[in-house]
Design a protein around this ligand. Structure first.
Ligand code: AHM
Ligand code: MG
Length: 316
């Protein structure tokens, strides 16, 4: 009998509480994958006409994925509020505003890949509220360092749909089996190889990078001989980095002065996964992603996520 997301209940002290929420993520992922597959037939590719809080054009599928994710989190009954990359403010789930947990989500990451039928993903993390349960949750409940995250993960919508997650006891990958309509364990105990793999970065920004990153990357290439891959969707680039080794980075540059990727929706969950997979997650030399105390919902940070040696060689 294949192991399903039910086995999260056995994973450490957070497993039992996190399992029903991650099962909700799985249900959202199945719905989002179906919407992605049918999008071209429903005229659902392209822009929705609105902008998100960061002034970026929202695509129709960004908006649909956000709605699906929020609804599945509501349906678990365990989530009091959701912070989404697609929403300016924290969304409080009135019906369950007394519940213990909040979810932070990038419902459809890498959405510029949609028009070319390339991989996209969903990224999430789960924290426990700090405010009393008889009050409404607020933004301060979401502003918790990565060290306080209880569970995190991502869904990769590629040739198959994979859900990769951690409840703080290593990283496990589940693949959606269309024959059984369930996520089944396919990649237990994912661990990043110590050497080899690829460096993954939008190198066209090199002349704008801060922190002398151009010469640091040149040194990494010389020292390690790593090859290069870049999908332009963080979930796909991180998934490859965990499975094959190397490093994924998005440094600060003169256009994105504090980096492009969001601390709460991208850096912390992926940093959590990378550390749980045995790798390293830094935001700059000496500052681990998981040690940053968030100050705002949509804050951005530079990220350097990968095998210990690759990150040390780059930032060292
Ligand atoms: P998005 O959340 O608006 O899709 O942006 C995040 C994406 C990441 O998936 C990816 O790593 C990065 O943006 C790519 O940026 P660029 O096109 O500048 O290389
Ligand atoms: Mg996104």
């Amino acid at each position: 009998m294949a192991m399903t997301l039910n086995n999260i209940v056995e994973q450490g002290k957070n497993g039992p509480a996190m399992m029903p929420i991650i099962q909700g993520v799985g249900r959202a992922a199945i719905e989002i994958a179906a919407v992605l597959r049918g999008a071209v037939f429903r005229g659902a590719l392209g822009q929705a006409g609105g902008e998100n809080v960061q002034g970026e054009q929202q695509q129709v599928l960004d908006v649909l994925s956000d709605e699906i994710f929020l609804e599945e989190m509501r349906a678990t009954g365990f989530i009091c509020a959701v912070g989404s990359e697609e929403q300016e403010n924290l969304l409080i789930i009135e019906e369950y505003s007394h519940a213990d947990y909040l979810v932070l989500v990038d419902p459809l990451d890498g959405s510029s890949n949609l028009d070319i039928d390339c991989p996209v993903g969903t990224i999430f993390s789960i924290v426990k509220r700090k405010s009393p349960n008889d009050q409404l949750p607020d933004v301060s409940d979401t502003l918790q360092a990565g060290r306080d995250v209880l569970a995190a993960g991502y869904v990769l919508y590629g040739p198959s749909t994979m859900l990769v997650c951690s409840v703080g006891e290593g990283v496990n990958g589940y693949t959606f089996n269309p024959n059984t309509a369930r996520f089944e364990s396919s990649h237990p105990n994912m661990t990043i190889p110590a050497t080899g793999g690829y460096y993954s970065v939008n190198e066209s920004n090199a002349d704008k990078w801060a922190d002398d990153m151009g010469s640091k990357l040149a040194n990494l290439k010389k020292e390690t001989g790593l090859g290069m891959r870049y999908v332009g969707a963080m979930v796909a680039d991180m998934h490859r980095t965990i499975l094959k080794g190397g490093i994924f980075l998005y440094p600060a540059d003169s256009k994105n002065v504090t980096g492009k990727l969001r601390l709460l929706y991208e850096a912390i969950p992926m940093g959590f996964i990378m550390e749980q997979a045995g790798g390293k997650s830094m935001s700059s030399d000496g500052v681990a992603v998981l040690d940053i105390l968030p100050e705002a919902l949509h804050q951005r940070v530079p990220v350097y996520l990968g095998a210990n040696a690759a990150v040390d060689t780059l930032l060292g």
